[in-house]
Design a protein around this ligand. Structure first.
Ligand code: FAD
Length: 550
């Protein structure tokens, strides 16, 4: 294969894998996918419980830090991001959550035609092979992404559901169905006891396609343009060598909420004054690039448990159980190693006048302290609470013109006081749930003192809260009238030709829930849009096209 392709896709993450796989379904179309990380060969990716080891380390992980956060007492936040095929879907907690239908209706109301819930539901369904709910109004069967009930579940989550119900959060079967409000057991992106990342779902079955070239350890440094402002390829480094690859039709940036705005700016598309400060020639002054960063702020509380049997942790008995579990998983892909640790969840409202849930709980069968960077002896449980419709807006800016340098990440957590008040309301319910009767048989001492009055709880939130790993919005989609919109509703970068952004960065507002499924949906939708263009283009040249089997 030559170094010239119809499409060059930068970033083999949740969205990039989808676009590469869908476009290369047409054997007449050639696709090159460039990924800065390596192949997804590490067993810690595929063993679901491996997430606990990847999260705090640099294994397949960019492991970024934020700039000091004023709202978090000046602390630097941690921002893990996947650096391997599958991107963050190869290191995430595998919870399958789409958000609220109004999230998408809101995107459409902002002037993004084609992105309402009714418009995007078919893309969610097409992506999915839902073992439990497939082939229904809300779910699909036969798609690449396998979704199922928890592969491993403890009785601790029965206590969680009972406690939620006692606190006005009724049990619902499906948080991605008709109603989001209530408590539930998460569905997970697993396949036969292994993680089903976007790479596993979309790339692995298609590695034999002669028209799909996947290049790993390829760190893209900038987009190349011809004289007519048309993206015609990208430059990347691989093993210290500078390489260029040409795109005959389009370049697609799928480098994630930090990588895509960084690449746009390195290519001269971004806020003009910032680019000039770094000596980068301005190709298109686009004020919104890197702005509008949104993320879910998360506050976790952990309690020790009396039981070593079900809760994960470090102990002599735990080590024996872990060794057994590893052998079980190696033999038959079952048992505790298929745990995602996060079992139960709930969506609820911070006050009665809120119409759409603005808080999410994630119940975890282990103690989690500082993204697992602080380990504790013993066994325990945690409950995370997230403000899922934050008002704070942050930004990603360039630290330097060096493409290998990490960008400056400023989520501006709790920059808007209203987020703090929402999180405070959520933290009170979080504590009440774990301190209620259904947990009496398990619950031991809290890892950190449980704060009873508002001032002390706020102080603890500022001292310990951080990301729930859902940065989005830094290349937001919007109409021409919105000066901060980076891409149009077809995800085409404004001001140049032949360039799209397809990943979580295009979300104008963050979805109310975890962001992997929405990002995969964005990949599916983008593939539709691109194939539509391709067909129009061919029709104009008189070519006969086979029907698109989307
Ligand atoms: C620890 C963690 C837990 C999470 N848990 C969940 C969960 O349980 N459920 C859920 O729904 N969501 C979860 N998420 C969020 C979800 O995984 C992400 O929102 C989603 O994967 C983002 O997809 P993306 O395509 O935008 O970016 P990514 O998947 O991050 O993909 C970007 C890709 O681009 C590559 N790249 C970046 N820069 C370059 C460059 N210059 N050149 C070449 N390649 C480049 C990266 O290496 C990466 O592979 C979690 C995320 C993390 C990090």
């Amino acid at each position: 294969m030559s170094d010239s392709f119809d499409y060059v896709i930068v970033g083999g993450g949740s969205a990039g894998c989808v676009v590469a796989a869908r476009l290369s379904e047409d054997p007449k179309v050639s696709v090159c996918l460039l990924e800065a990380g390596g192949p997804d060969s590490n067993v810690l990716i595929h063993a679901p419980a491996g997430v606990a080891a990847i999260l705090p380390t640099k294994i397949c992980n960019w492991a970024y830090e934020t700039v000091p956060q004023k709202g978090l007492n000046g602390r630097r936040g941690y921002q893990p991001r996947g650096k391997t095929l599958g991107g963050s879907s190869s290191i995430n907690a595998m919870l399958y959550v789409r958000g609220h239908r109004s999230d998408y209706d809101h995107w459409a109301s902002l002037g993004n035609a084609g992105w309402s819930y009714a418009d995007v539901l078919p893309c969610f369904k097409r992506a999915e092979n839902n073992e439990e709910f497939g082939d229904s109004e809300y779910h699909g069967r036969g798609g690449p992404l396998n979704v199922k009930q928890l592969s491993y579940k403890t009785s601790l989550s029965d206590a969680f559901l009972a406690a939620c119900a006692a606190h006005g959060l009724p049990r619902i079967a499906d948080c991605n169905g008709p109603d989001q409000f209530g408590s539930f057991l998460y569905q997970v992106t697993h396949l036969k006891g292994e993680r089903c990342s976007a790479a596993k779902a979309y790339l692995t079955p298609n590695l034999g396609r002669p028209n799909l070239k996947i290049v790993t350890h390829a760190h893209t440094t900038r987009v190349l343009f011809d004289d007519a402002q048309r993206a015609c390829g990208v430059a990347y480094t691989q093993g210290g060598q500078a390489v260029e690859v040409k795109a005959r039709r389009e370049v697609v940036l799928s480098a994630g909420a930090f990588g895509s705005p960084q690449l746009l700016m390195l290519s001269g598309i971004g806020p003009g004054n910032q680019l000039q400060r770094h000596g980068i020639a301005v190709r298109h002054d686009s004020a919104g690039v890197g702005r509008n960063l949104q993320d879910h702020i998360d506050y976790a509380q952990s309690w020790r448990t009396h039981t070593e049997r079900e809760a994960f942790g470090f102990s002599a008995r735990g080590s024996v159980a872990l060794t057994r579990a590893i052998f079980e998983w190696r033999r038959q892909r079952t048992g505790p190693i298929t745990s995602t640790f996060c079992e139960g969840g709930a969506f609820f409202r911070s006050s009665p006048d809120v119409t759409v849930p603005d808080l999410q709980l994630i119940f975890v069968i282990g103690m989690v302290d500082d993204h697992n960077r602080k380990m504790h002896l013993g066994h325990g449980i945690s409950c995370h609470v997230d403000a899922i419709h934050p008002r704070s807006r942050g930004e990603v800016t360039l630290a330097s013109a060096d493409p290998i340098a990490a960008p400056l990440i400023d989520p501006n957590f709790l920059g808007d006081e209203r987020d703090l008040q929402v999180l405070l309301a959520g933290a009170k319910l979080q504590q009440a749930i774990i301190e209620s009767a259904p947990f009496d048989g398990f619950r031991g001492k809290p890892l950190y003192p449980v704060q009873r009055d508002d001032a002390a709880l706020i102080a603890d939130i500022r001292a310990r809260a951080d990301t729930q790993y859902h940065p989005v919005g830094t290349c937001k989609m919007g109409p021409a009238s919105d000066a901060m919109a980076v891409v149009d509703e077809q995800l085409r970068v404004r001001g140049v030709q032949g360039l799209r952004v397809v990943d979580a960065s295009i979300m104008p507002t963050i979805t109310g829930g975890n962001t992997n499924a929405p990002t995969i949906m964005i990949g599916e939708k983008a593939a539709d849009l691109m194939r539509g263009v391709l067909q129009d283009d061919r029709a104009m040249k008189g070519a006969v096209d086979e029907p698109c089997d989307a």
